[in-house]
Write a protein that binds this ligand. Structure first.
Ligand code: GLC
Ligand code: GLC
Length: 655
């Protein structure tokens, strides 16, 4: 795209560039800058065009990108070029991820480096290490209150350890995912300290107010994220004598992206970690990036423009690096974080599939897939070159963020149904083995969310307490069934550390005054490596779960129809207990797979004469890809045992 205004600005910027930058050989950088500059200029102008210093800020932006390009190592630059050629590389079914806390899993980064064989044993080849940057003691929100964006937290190592880890991961072909907490800093970050001391430059990095006038206007329409522990969205700072916007905890100061200096700083930080070897950057709380009086200050158009601009800039300096959007918002809003178009207005390549996650938990509690089917049906198609991050559990709570219209469409009343789910998972429902904990209960709205480890939520804890082998078996079946979905649905499956062994809630957090009020710590365990050893001992729960997951992961990687090219069809089935979809290769000639899941406690039957199913499995003998067995059939009805799943193919349909 050639456009005069942006091109002449680019010419001027190139003339003004610092001589030190000009000396460098930046051929690839300039080609990419030229290709992206029209978009970069348009977005930067939309966001900051009314400022007098617009052109100076644009120069700063280009200089930041150029400097980080100069710092990018040769191997990483080669990787960029390789990925540019094979730009769909991340849609492959070969990738399987796991999220973990470094200290919970292995004490520190060096310890983690010594444990990489564990991931290889399971088949995991992408690890998301939860935030590892410097945070104050105690007031850290699990790493999401950063006081130094360029330094690994001294408690788990240093930047050299991270680089060593990243090199070891590269040799093993494991991808590294890291967080950059874009929306806020800790109140102990240097910028916050300097703002407190009265430096105007840094006061402009945040939303600060002398009195309640504007905060009160914001509060009229902004929801509360942590209503119990951090009510409201503003905190009074004694030293500064000002109100600070703090949407999350009161020690997390929201950054002000209407200031271009903030944008440039944060882009620079993203590129800095890209240069330390991160393959994927998880962008935290992206829905919150733009604040507007009179709105919920979530999912604003400008938040999308910021992400588009970040993507365009990152593509110039480090095009091989992907973004994950963490936007735990309404289904129709989440999908917008992929961007509007795969080439123009691109945002994040990957987004948390919070909708699918919450819907699966609905199906477990109700023992039927009605809402799961309906909710997924209502999701708009996503872009090409974009993929879901599919997960069952993560470090956060489960929010029941599905659409009210969908809940009604399947015959429930939204408020009552959500209350049932909260009760079901938090021990207030007699017919439930779940041992979850409430989180974020809002007395004003009645809203609540759920904490708890996968194993405790599906009843393993209760089953072990009652020492009942059938219930233990049911819980294990649930763990496998839910994983069978994230591994086959299409997208990048993200396991959560400990779930592969059936780790239960860990109540140790109650003894720590900084954690006791936040039940999410119940499912952020300290890994018990003795327990992990039991994965080798046949007959143990750990062995059953670990080996079954390992098998599923191996099989997933062999099935090309499991790559994510929007090659999935949900199949409507009369029997509400079953959830059925097909995955197919793009030619649709061979290798289709029918995924069938039974959420019920009784065996269920699937009519194999259903026209849609016949079109997927048309060659006769049906085989389950995971066990290699032919499932039981009765009069052309496939029998699916309680809480069981199948990945079915027909023998001739070669994979
Ligand atoms: C993200 C994190 C969550 C944290 C929040 C505030 O959503 O996943 O754990 O509390 O950001 O930083
Ligand atoms: C809210 C936010 C999400 C965050 C979570 C923490 O749901 O939308 O970003 O992870 O709170 O509990």
């Amino acid at each position: 795209m050639y456009e005069q205004v942006s091109h002449s600005l680019l010419n001027e910027i190139l003339i003004k560039l610092n001589p030190e930058i000009k000396q460098h050989e930046l051929r690839h950088f300039y080609t990419r800058l030229g290709a992206n500059f029209y978009a970069i200029h348009s977005l930067f102008h939309l966001l900051y065009g009314d400022r007098d210093d617009f052109e100076d800020q644009a120069l700063c932006l280009v200089e930041a990108m150029a400097r980080q390009y100069m710092d990018r190592s040769k191997p990483l630059k080669n990787k960029d070029i390789e990925r540019e050629k094979d730009h769909n590389w991340f849609l492959s079914q070969q990738w399987v991820g796991m999220a973990l806390y470094t200290d919970g899993f292995a004490d520190n980064l060096n310890g983690l480096k010594e444990k990489l064989h564990y991931f290889q044993e399971l088949g995991v080849n992408m690890i998301h290490i939860m935030p590892i940057l410097q945070c104050p003691d105690g007031k850290s929100d699990g790493g999401y209150a950063v006081s130094d964006f360029r330094r690994v937290d001294t408690r788990i190592g240093d930047n050299d350890d991270l680089r060593a880890l990243s090199e070891s991961l590269k040799k093993r072909e494991i991808l590294l995912t890291m967080d950059v907490v874009l929306n806020h800093t800790s109140n102990e970050h240097d910028w916050a300290k300097r703002a407190r001391q009265g430096e105007k430059k840094y006061q402009d990095y945040y939303y600060l107010f002398d009195n309640r006038e504007i905060p009160d206007m914001f509060e009229e329409t902004m929801p509360e994220i942590f209503p119990e522990t951090a009510p409201g969205n503003f905190t009074w700072d004694e030293e500064m004598n000002k109100w600070v916007m703090t949407v999350f905890n009161n020690y997390q100061w929201d950054l002000n992206y209407s200031n271009p200096a903030v944008f440039i700083e944060m882009l620079d930080i993203i590129l800095f970690w890209a240069n330390q070897g991160a393959d994927i950057i998880r962008l935290d709380a992206v829905a919150f990036l733009w604040k507007k009086i009179g709105s919920a200050s979530q999912n604003e158009r400008e938040a999308h423009l910021i992400l588009q601009l970040m993507k365009d800039c990152c593509q110039v300096t480090a095009p091989g690096v992907l973004f994950i959007a963490e936007a735990i918002v309404a289904p129709v809003e989440i999908i917008k974080y992929f961007g509007e178009d795969a080439i123009n207005a691109k945002e994040c390549e990957i987004a948390y599939n919070a909708t699918f996650m919450a819907l699966m938990w609905d199906a477990v509690a109700t023992k039927n897939a009605k809402l799961l089917y309906q909710g997924l049906r209502s999701l708009p198609d996503k872009l090409e070159r974009a993929t879901w991050l599919n997960y069952v559990r993560c470090h956060d709570d489960i929010g029941l963020g599905f659409d009210d219209a969908d809940i009604r469409a399947v015959g429930y009343e939204p408020a009552g149904h959500r209350q049932f789910l909260i009760d079901y998972y938090t021990g207030n429902f007699s017919d439930s083995d779940a041992r979850g904990l409430p989180f974020g209960h809002n007395l004003k709205t009645g809203d609540a969310r759920i904490s708890g480890s996968l194993a405790s939520l599906v009843g393993l804890q209760a089953a072990l307490e009652s020492n009942d082998p059938d219930r233990i078996d049911n819980a294990i079946q649930h763990i496998l069934l839910l994983h069978s979905l994230i591994l086959s649905f299409g997208g990048l499956p993200l396991l959560y550390y400990g779930d592969e062994l059936g780790i239960l809630n860990d109540c140790d957090y109650l003894n720590d005054e900084h954690k006791a009020h936040d039940s999410r710590w119940a499912h952020r365990p300290n890994f018990d490596w003795d327990k992990a050893e039991l994965r080798h001992q046949s007959g143990t729960i750990e062995h059953q779960i670990f080996t079954a997951l390992k098998k599923m992961i191996t099989v997933r990687k062999e099935i090309s129809a499991f790559a994510d090219f929007n090659n999935r069809e949900l199949i409507h089935i009369e029997n509400p207990h079953l959830f059925v979809f097909s995955r197919f290769n793009l030619t649709r000639t061979a290798g289709s797979v029918l995924v069938v899941v039974n959420f019920d406690a009784n065996p269920q039957y699937l009519d194999m004469n259903h026209p849609h199913i016949k079109s997927v499995l048309s060659y006769g003998q049906v085989v389950d890809l995971v066990s290699g067995d032919t499932p039981t059939m009765f009069k052309e009805q496939l029998v699916i045992p309680p809480y069981h799943y199948y990945w079915l193919t027909d023998e001739q349909g070669s994979i």
